[in-house]
Design a protein around this ligand. Structure first.
Ligand code: ADE
Length: 259
Protein backbone atom coordinates (compact mmCIF):
# COMPACT_ATOMS: atom_id res chain seq x y z
CA UNK A 1 0.00 0.00 0.00
CA UNK A 2 1.25 3.48 -0.88
CA UNK A 3 1.86 5.52 2.26
CA UNK A 4 0.76 9.14 2.17
CA UNK A 5 2.55 11.52 4.51
CA UNK A 6 0.42 12.41 7.51
CA UNK A 7 -0.40 16.12 7.10
CA UNK A 8 0.08 18.59 9.93
CA UNK A 9 -2.84 19.95 11.97
CA UNK A 10 -4.80 22.54 10.00
CA UNK A 11 -7.83 24.68 10.69
CA UNK A 12 -10.23 26.31 8.24
CA UNK A 13 -12.40 29.38 8.70
CA UNK A 14 -15.43 29.90 6.49
CA UNK A 15 -17.71 32.94 6.27
CA UNK A 16 -20.90 32.24 4.35
CA UNK A 17 -22.86 35.20 3.00
CA UNK A 18 -26.46 34.31 2.28
CA UNK A 19 -30.04 35.54 2.28
CA UNK A 20 -31.18 32.19 3.70
CA UNK A 21 -29.07 31.16 6.71
CA UNK A 22 -31.61 28.48 7.66
CA UNK A 23 -30.63 26.36 4.65
CA UNK A 24 -27.12 26.00 6.05
CA UNK A 25 -27.75 25.60 9.76
CA UNK A 26 -29.09 22.03 9.80
CA UNK A 27 -26.27 20.33 7.84
CA UNK A 28 -23.57 22.27 9.71
CA UNK A 29 -24.94 20.97 12.99
CA UNK A 30 -24.91 17.27 12.11
CA UNK A 31 -22.38 14.48 11.92
CA UNK A 32 -18.85 15.17 10.73
CA UNK A 33 -19.23 18.92 10.18
CA UNK A 34 -20.60 19.32 13.68
CA UNK A 35 -17.80 17.20 15.17
CA UNK A 36 -15.18 19.12 13.23
CA UNK A 37 -16.53 22.39 14.60
CA UNK A 38 -16.63 21.00 18.13
CA UNK A 39 -13.03 19.82 17.79
CA UNK A 40 -12.02 23.34 16.75
CA UNK A 41 -10.87 22.22 13.29
CA UNK A 42 -13.17 24.61 11.49
CA UNK A 43 -15.34 27.62 12.07
CA UNK A 44 -18.30 28.57 9.91
CA UNK A 45 -19.76 32.04 10.41
CA UNK A 46 -23.06 32.45 8.64
CA UNK A 47 -23.91 36.05 7.79
CA UNK A 48 -27.30 37.14 6.59
CA UNK A 49 -26.81 39.66 3.78
CA UNK A 50 -30.05 41.35 4.91
CA UNK A 51 -28.39 42.26 8.22
CA UNK A 52 -26.11 44.62 6.27
CA UNK A 53 -28.92 46.58 4.59
CA UNK A 54 -29.73 50.04 5.88
CA UNK A 55 -33.30 50.77 4.75
CA UNK A 56 -36.30 49.88 6.85
CA UNK A 57 -37.47 47.15 4.44
CA UNK A 58 -34.02 45.52 4.52
CA UNK A 59 -33.86 45.50 0.74
CA UNK A 60 -31.12 43.22 -0.57
CA UNK A 61 -32.15 43.12 -4.24
CA UNK A 62 -33.58 45.37 -6.92
CA UNK A 63 -34.75 45.18 -10.54
CA UNK A 64 -32.09 45.10 -13.26
CA UNK A 65 -30.98 48.24 -15.08
CA UNK A 66 -31.93 47.86 -18.73
CA UNK A 67 -35.10 45.98 -17.82
CA UNK A 68 -35.95 42.31 -17.92
CA UNK A 69 -37.20 39.70 -15.52
CA UNK A 70 -35.65 38.71 -12.19
CA UNK A 71 -33.91 40.64 -9.50
CA UNK A 72 -30.29 41.57 -8.90
CA UNK A 73 -28.53 41.45 -5.52
CA UNK A 74 -27.54 44.98 -4.60
CA UNK A 75 -23.88 45.83 -4.06
CA UNK A 76 -24.20 47.89 -0.85
CA UNK A 77 -25.09 45.16 1.67
CA UNK A 78 -22.50 42.79 0.26
CA UNK A 79 -19.74 45.42 0.39
CA UNK A 80 -20.86 46.26 3.95
CA UNK A 81 -20.65 42.59 4.95
CA UNK A 82 -17.08 42.46 3.62
CA UNK A 83 -16.15 45.57 5.55
CA UNK A 84 -17.60 44.00 8.70
CA UNK A 85 -15.57 40.82 8.16
CA UNK A 86 -12.39 42.83 7.68
CA UNK A 87 -13.05 44.78 10.86
CA UNK A 88 -13.75 41.59 12.81
CA UNK A 89 -10.60 39.88 11.53
CA UNK A 90 -7.95 42.59 11.22
CA UNK A 91 -4.82 41.56 9.39
CA UNK A 92 -6.39 38.38 8.00
CA UNK A 93 -6.58 37.63 4.31
CA UNK A 94 -9.72 36.43 2.53
CA UNK A 95 -10.36 34.15 -0.42
CA UNK A 96 -13.79 34.98 -1.83
CA UNK A 97 -15.65 32.35 -3.79
CA UNK A 98 -18.95 33.04 -5.51
CA UNK A 99 -21.08 29.91 -5.88
CA UNK A 100 -22.48 30.05 -9.38
CA UNK A 101 -23.37 27.67 -12.21
CA UNK A 102 -21.04 29.83 -14.30
CA UNK A 103 -18.01 28.97 -12.19
CA UNK A 104 -15.38 26.32 -12.82
CA UNK A 105 -16.64 22.93 -11.71
CA UNK A 106 -15.42 21.75 -8.30
CA UNK A 107 -13.12 18.74 -8.49
CA UNK A 108 -11.29 16.77 -5.82
CA UNK A 109 -8.04 18.53 -6.67
CA UNK A 110 -9.53 21.97 -5.94
CA UNK A 111 -11.08 20.58 -2.74
CA UNK A 112 -7.60 19.41 -1.68
CA UNK A 113 -6.10 22.83 -2.40
CA UNK A 114 -8.86 24.55 -0.47
CA UNK A 115 -8.30 22.24 2.51
CA UNK A 116 -4.81 23.82 2.77
CA UNK A 117 -6.05 27.39 2.45
CA UNK A 118 -4.62 29.79 5.02
CA UNK A 119 -6.95 32.67 4.17
CA UNK A 120 -10.50 32.85 5.54
CA UNK A 121 -12.75 31.37 2.86
CA UNK A 122 -15.77 33.53 2.06
CA UNK A 123 -18.58 31.67 0.28
CA UNK A 124 -20.95 34.13 -1.36
CA UNK A 125 -24.36 32.64 -2.18
CA UNK A 126 -26.75 34.17 -4.68
CA UNK A 127 -30.37 33.07 -4.62
CA UNK A 128 -32.71 32.87 -7.66
CA UNK A 129 -31.18 35.95 -9.06
CA UNK A 130 -28.10 37.64 -10.36
CA UNK A 131 -25.49 39.59 -8.41
CA UNK A 132 -24.47 43.11 -9.33
CA UNK A 133 -21.36 42.76 -11.50
CA UNK A 134 -19.45 45.29 -9.37
CA UNK A 135 -19.48 42.77 -6.52
CA UNK A 136 -17.93 40.16 -8.79
CA UNK A 137 -15.32 42.57 -10.14
CA UNK A 138 -14.28 44.08 -6.83
CA UNK A 139 -14.71 41.30 -4.27
CA UNK A 140 -14.82 37.86 -5.88
CA UNK A 141 -11.59 35.92 -6.46
CA UNK A 142 -13.11 32.83 -7.97
CA UNK A 143 -16.47 31.44 -9.16
CA UNK A 144 -17.18 27.80 -8.34
CA UNK A 145 -19.95 25.56 -9.63
CA UNK A 146 -20.77 22.14 -8.20
CA UNK A 147 -21.98 20.82 -11.55
CA UNK A 148 -23.61 21.68 -14.82
CA UNK A 149 -27.14 22.23 -13.58
CA UNK A 150 -28.88 25.22 -12.02
CA UNK A 151 -29.87 25.28 -8.35
CA UNK A 152 -32.23 27.82 -6.80
CA UNK A 153 -29.30 29.32 -4.96
CA UNK A 154 -25.68 28.95 -3.89
CA UNK A 155 -26.43 27.66 -0.36
CA UNK A 156 -26.52 23.95 -1.19
CA UNK A 157 -23.41 24.42 -3.30
CA UNK A 158 -21.67 26.18 -0.39
CA UNK A 159 -22.48 23.20 1.83
CA UNK A 160 -21.08 20.83 -0.79
CA UNK A 161 -17.85 22.86 -0.93
CA UNK A 162 -17.54 22.94 2.87
CA UNK A 163 -18.21 19.22 3.17
CA UNK A 164 -15.81 18.18 0.39
CA UNK A 165 -13.05 20.39 1.80
CA UNK A 166 -13.49 19.79 5.51
CA UNK A 167 -13.39 16.00 5.29
CA UNK A 168 -9.82 16.38 4.01
CA UNK A 169 -8.67 18.16 7.16
CA UNK A 170 -6.59 15.92 9.39
CA UNK A 171 -8.59 14.85 12.43
CA UNK A 172 -12.03 15.51 10.96
CA UNK A 173 -12.58 11.94 9.85
CA UNK A 174 -11.82 9.36 12.51
CA UNK A 175 -9.38 7.37 10.41
CA UNK A 176 -6.73 9.58 8.82
CA UNK A 177 -6.45 7.30 5.84
CA UNK A 178 -10.09 7.16 4.91
CA UNK A 179 -10.05 10.57 3.24
CA UNK A 180 -7.43 9.30 0.82
CA UNK A 181 -8.58 5.79 0.15
CA UNK A 182 -12.08 6.31 -1.10
CA UNK A 183 -13.14 7.49 -4.54
CA UNK A 184 -10.94 10.09 -6.24
CA UNK A 185 -8.40 10.32 -3.40
CA UNK A 186 -5.84 8.71 -5.71
CA UNK A 187 -7.62 9.52 -8.95
CA UNK A 188 -9.53 6.23 -9.12
CA UNK A 189 -12.98 5.14 -7.98
CA UNK A 190 -13.22 3.10 -4.82
CA UNK A 191 -13.00 -0.72 -4.67
CA UNK A 192 -16.06 -2.65 -3.41
CA UNK A 193 -16.54 -3.11 0.36
CA UNK A 194 -18.05 -6.01 2.29
CA UNK A 195 -18.85 -6.70 5.92
CA UNK A 196 -20.31 -9.64 7.87
CA UNK A 197 -21.91 -12.07 7.12
CA UNK A 198 -19.52 -13.86 4.75
CA UNK A 199 -22.52 -15.24 2.91
CA UNK A 200 -25.84 -13.41 2.67
CA UNK A 201 -28.82 -14.89 0.79
CA UNK A 202 -26.48 -16.95 -1.32
CA UNK A 203 -24.21 -13.98 -2.15
CA UNK A 204 -20.62 -14.60 -1.04
CA UNK A 205 -17.86 -12.20 -0.05
CA UNK A 206 -14.82 -12.73 -2.35
CA UNK A 207 -12.55 -15.39 -0.79
CA UNK A 208 -9.46 -13.19 -0.90
CA UNK A 209 -10.99 -10.78 1.63
CA UNK A 210 -11.36 -13.63 4.13
CA UNK A 211 -7.86 -14.99 3.47
CA UNK A 212 -5.94 -12.75 5.88
CA UNK A 213 -3.31 -12.29 3.13
CA UNK A 214 -2.85 -8.53 3.16
CA UNK A 215 -0.67 -8.33 0.07
CA UNK A 216 -3.27 -10.26 -1.95
CA UNK A 217 -6.07 -8.14 -0.50
CA UNK A 218 -4.30 -4.94 -1.58
CA UNK A 219 -3.74 -6.38 -5.06
CA UNK A 220 -7.44 -7.30 -5.30
CA UNK A 221 -8.51 -3.85 -4.14
CA UNK A 222 -6.30 -2.09 -6.69
CA UNK A 223 -7.60 -4.30 -9.47
CA UNK A 224 -11.22 -3.70 -8.44
CA UNK A 225 -10.62 0.07 -8.22
CA UNK A 226 -9.17 0.00 -11.73
CA UNK A 227 -12.10 -2.12 -12.91
CA UNK A 228 -14.73 0.20 -11.38
CA UNK A 229 -13.02 3.22 -12.93
CA UNK A 230 -12.72 1.55 -16.34
CA UNK A 231 -16.41 0.63 -16.32
CA UNK A 232 -17.97 3.71 -14.73
CA UNK A 233 -15.59 6.65 -15.30
CA UNK A 234 -12.98 5.75 -17.92
CA UNK A 235 -12.28 9.48 -18.36
CA UNK A 236 -10.57 9.48 -14.94
CA UNK A 237 -7.92 6.98 -16.05
CA UNK A 238 -6.17 9.59 -18.19
CA UNK A 239 -5.10 11.66 -15.20
CA UNK A 240 -4.92 8.96 -12.53
CA UNK A 241 -1.12 8.55 -12.45
CA UNK A 242 -1.05 4.82 -13.12
CA UNK A 243 1.94 2.57 -12.52
CA UNK A 244 3.21 0.06 -15.09
CA UNK A 245 1.56 -2.68 -13.04
CA UNK A 246 -1.75 -0.75 -13.19
CA UNK A 247 -1.43 -0.48 -16.97
CA UNK A 248 -0.88 -4.23 -17.21
CA UNK A 249 -3.96 -4.90 -15.08
CA UNK A 250 -6.00 -2.48 -17.18
CA UNK A 251 -4.95 -4.23 -20.38
CA UNK A 252 -6.10 -7.54 -18.86
CA UNK A 253 -9.40 -6.02 -17.74
CA UNK A 254 -10.04 -4.61 -21.19
CA UNK A 255 -9.31 -7.99 -22.75
CA UNK A 256 -11.68 -9.69 -20.28
CA UNK A 257 -14.49 -7.25 -20.98
CA UNK A 258 -14.16 -7.63 -24.75
CA UNK A 259 -14.54 -11.42 -24.52
N1 ADE B 1 -26.01 28.30 -7.89
C1 ADE B 1 -26.96 27.84 -8.74
N2 ADE B 1 -26.57 26.75 -9.36
C2 ADE B 1 -25.32 26.46 -8.92
C3 ADE B 1 -24.36 25.43 -9.20
N3 ADE B 1 -24.61 24.46 -10.08
N4 ADE B 1 -23.20 25.46 -8.55
C4 ADE B 1 -22.93 26.45 -7.66
N5 ADE B 1 -23.78 27.43 -7.36
C5 ADE B 1 -24.96 27.44 -7.98
Amino acid sequence: MKQKPVPAMRKLNFDVLTLFPGILEGPLNESILKRGREKGLLTVTIRNIRDYTEDKHKTADDSPYGGGAGMVLKPEPIFKAFEAMKTEHPGERFLTILLSPQGSVLHQQRAEQLSEEKRRIVLLCGHYEAIDERVINALVDEELSIGDYVLTGGELAALVVIDAVVRLLPGVLGDEESAYRDSFGDGLLDHPHYTRPAEFRGMKVPDVLLSGNHAEIEKWRRREALKATLLKRPDLLESAGLTEEDQKILAELKKESSR
